[in-house]
Design a protein around this ligand. Structure first.
Ligand SMILES: N[C@@H](CCC(=O)N[C@@H](CS)C(=O)NCC(=O)O)C(=O)O
Length: 206
């Protein structure tokens, strides 16, 4: 069976649980406590390369790290990706955009708020917001004229970008002005098999 190493609050791991649920793939879930240093043990570093989650472990023991790589692996041959090389490149483009232009700016601002250190980190958060808003504006502009990110249907491109954008308000991003993002977030949430951050998949073991 597939095994997913994740953590409770991780948006990167949430992407993977949603896709596993949408694909109806049974998986074992091992939830690490990052604040207790559980990602930093020797044995987990061997599995994870960078001492980070998510990590997907295949039944033969090999592991895949980086949420975008895991999504591409799981989506191969399914409706959540395209066969056509051009359309596949459009999906990949959005996965890179999410990691380069959005993920860190949103995730770190959120972490500082969740850890209750937002006041102390106010200047750092201002910088993260400045970068994050540039990415969000680009995304909103695209969604003003397109229903989905790549091609004409929901794919892992939408799922990958969805996770942190939908959590941005937890990092005190003011999202009201992004009307097209708001419409698209709702469309992603209404996809069959979509799962809330703290919702348990019926395909989850452990
Ligand atoms: N680019 C990576 C980022 C992974 C990442 O940043 N993971 C965080 C949690 S979401 C983590 O494991 N941090 C380690 C720690 O906080 O100790 C991905 O998309 O999978």
């Amino acid at each position: 069976m597939l095994r997913l190493y994740d953590s409770r609050f991780s948006g990167n791991s949430w992407k993977i649980r949603i896709l596993l649920n949408q694909l109806q793939r049974p998986f074992e879930r091992l939830t690490l406590d990052l604040s207790a240093g559980e990602a930093k043990t020797e044995s987990f570093i061997d599995l994870s390369r960078f001492a980070r989650i998510p990590v997907l472990q295949l039944p033969d023991g090999r592991t895949i790290v980086e949420s975008a790589a895991i999504l591409l692996y799981l989506a191969e041959g399914t409706d959540y990706l395209f066969d056509d090389p051009y359309l596949s490149s459009q999906v990949a483009g959005w996965l890179f955009f999410e990691q380069g232009d959005l993920q860190k700016s949103i995730a770190l601002a959120r972490v500082y708020h969740l850890q209750g250190i937002a006041d102390k980190m106010a200047r750092r958060i201002d910088g993260l917001h400045a970068d994050g808003y540039v990415g969000l504006e680009k995304l909103d502009r695209w969604l003003q004229k397109s229903e989905w990110l790549a091609g004409d249907r929901y794919t892992v491109a939408d799922l990958a970008v969805f996770a942190y954008v939908s959590l941005a308000h937890e990092g005190n991003y003011q999202m009201e002005r992004f009307q097209s993002i708001d419409r698209w977030l709702e469309s992603v949430r209404s996809q069959p098999g979509w799962l809330g951050l703290f919702e348990r998949s019926p395909y989850q073991y452990g």
